[in-house]
Structure formats: C-alpha cells, structure tokens
Design a protein around this ligand. Sequence first.
Ligand code: SAM
Length: 287
Amino acid sequence: MSRDKKHNFKFKHSLGQNFITDEFLLEDIADESGITKDDLILEIGPGNGALTRCLCDRAKYVVIVEIDKSLIPLLKSNLKEYNNVSIINADFLKFNFQNIINEFLSISDFRPIKVVANLPYYITSPIIQNLLQNPYICEMTLMVQKEVAERIVATPNNKDFGVLTLACNYFAETEMIMLVSKECFYPKPKVDSAVVHFKKFPQFVYDKLDSHITDNTNNQIIQSDEKLFKLIKASFAERRKKLLNSLSNAGYDKNSLATAFSKLGFDENVRAENLSLDDYKNLLNIL
Ligand code: SAM
C-alpha cells in the first residue's frame, strides 16, 4: 500500500486510487470538458480534490461523490476556499441520484448535468452504463484505461469494436480527446489512460425533472432497446465466427437470417465487428 506522507493517507488499490499529480493535465481535462459558469458538474471519485478545484474554478456548482470516508477530511481541507461545492461520502453505484439532484436544486434551477471524472478503473463499465442511461446527464468527460477508450471510440472492422462501442454509439457521440501516460499519476498505475468525451443524443436527456422508469436504487433510467442489445450480445458472443453461425447458434432462425442478410446486402461471411449500429438496427427490423 502506497502512502501520501503529507496527509498521512494510505492509497487503496482496491478502490482504484491513482491520483493525478500533473497540474497541467488537471487544467487540460477541465478545459477540454468545456465547462461554463452556468454548468452543474458531478465528479465521481474526487480523491484528494485536485481535479475538483479546477472544476470549481470553472463551473456554477460541483457535487463530488467519494466512497472513501478517510478522504473526506482531506477533501474538506483542500476545497475550503470554495463555496460552490458539495461533498458526498457514498458509493456512486449504490447511491440514489435524487440526492445529487437535490444538492444542485438547493442552489440553482435544474439543468442537465455534466460529469467529469478520473474513474476508478475497477468499475468503469458499470459507471459508464449508469451515466449513459441516466436521463439527467448530458455530457461526460471521463478518464479511463487506454484500452477501454479504444473500445469506446472504435469503428467497424476493428478488433476493438464490440458491445461497449455499440452501447456507447446508441446513447452518445464519443471522442477520444487525449492520451495520458501512467507517469502522470501517483501511485503509478500499470496501464496508460485516455480521456473520452461523451455527448448524449438529445432524446436521451431530460431538460426538466420528470418521473420515469427507475432501477433498484430508485434512480431514473432510460431503457435501452432490449431486443437490439440481445441481438448485439449474441453477435459478439462468438466474435471470431461468421455472424450467420453465431446468431443461429444463439437461437435465431438461420433461413430468416440468410434472407435478411441478402436483403440488407451483407456478405454471408460477415462477422460481428463488420456491422455498424445502424446495420444491427436494420437487421433487427427485418428479422
Ligand atoms: N479524482 C482523483 C484524481 O483524478 O486524482 C482520484 C481519481 S482515482 C482514479 C478514483 C477515485 O474514485 C478514488 O478516490 C476512489 O476512492 C474513488 N472511488 C472508488 N470507487 C468509488 C465508488 N464506487 N463511488 C465513488 N467513488 C469511488
């Protein structure tokens, strides 16, 4: 376990605690996230608050959610000169989002929230899924492991193109905005990182508070198209096989598939990674 001697803080590898030590990088992330003085910002996993300070300098209000109780005194001390930040000690994935909205509502009319975070890598996928399906979030600027970033922004016919890419393509426009060396963190992680920007499509963002479908933490979520994602997951379950075979192995009728492929002009040897999100939508419509 590494130690931050100045604050007598023990870094917990199990919580993905690799803090950014490069001041320029912190400013760059805040700049690239395009925050304005009107924006409400949520930061997941603020750590020691170094990125939070850059966000507070640029935004109207910032809510931070940190799971590690031992970081709360450090956060309070490092953020004491800011009056536009609320600190919440909670597990983001188990927390009722209404509490975060209430923090914002205490100072401002509601407007869609932007998320900026250097994510804890052990829960990257569930957090991204949660944010994509959360209708109160309009944009996310997220530091993730470089390999995950490559999967998020991959294009068809590429080995990185898969279920994660298509899930992101379904909800948002994505762009990799910077590559980050492992040297920029303490403790130094084993992997390099990258920052990805997500701009959600307008149909997945509410501009006012509304009641809708909720998950088991009572958070409002947008349901993705279940049939479409069933088809996509079945397609990639055996990604080296021909799509015709993997889908028929998954229970789709081979004759209907062959007819659909020919109507859509798909080669019979096509593999899962060769089709775009629109191709999958068209295939589902015909099947
Ligand atoms: N933002 C800081 C920075 O960039 O230097 C720290 C980022 S560090 C990669 C991830 C942070 O997420 C840690 O502070 C960790 O304690 C916190 N964290 C881990 N799991 C969490 C969870 N489920 N909910 C909220 N915070 C979490």
